[in-house]
Design a protein around this ligand. Structure first.
Ligand SMILES: [Zn+2]
Length: 105
């Protein structure tokens, strides 16, 4: 699976204090930032039920959430390698849930 091409490397504008270009925010449509993902995390298939995680993910507990009429289990993981916080949703009614990036510790 190819990694997403990143249209803008953000380093340039960060280093010189940041241009306040309005269109810049429009390119960041998928917060939180994911530049820090390690290779293993970047390789996780998102939003696909039963997609595997990777060995450096540490489970940090789970919770029940309502999805309309069904209850699903959401498991929280943190990557020991890069600190990315993941949720894995197990929803038998929906194939298109699974791993999603929540943030970073
Ligand atoms: Zn990672």
């Amino acid at each position: 699976m190819a990694l997403h091409p990143r249209p803008v490397r953000n380093r340039a504008w960060r280093h010189n204090g940041g241009f306040d270009e309005p269109q810049l925010s429009m390119t960041k449509t998928t917060p939180p930032a994911e530049d820090h993902l390690c290779a293993a995390c970047a390789g996780i298939q998102r939003n696909w039920r039963k997609a595997p995680g990777h060995p450096e993910l540490m489970q940090r507990g789970n919770r029940k959430e309502e999805r309309g009429s069904v209850q699903v289990t959401v498991t929280r993981y943190v990557c020991e390698h890069c600190g990315t916080v993941w949720d894995y949703e197990n929803n038998k009614q929906n194939q298109h849930v699974g791993w999603s990036v929540i943030g970073r510790v």
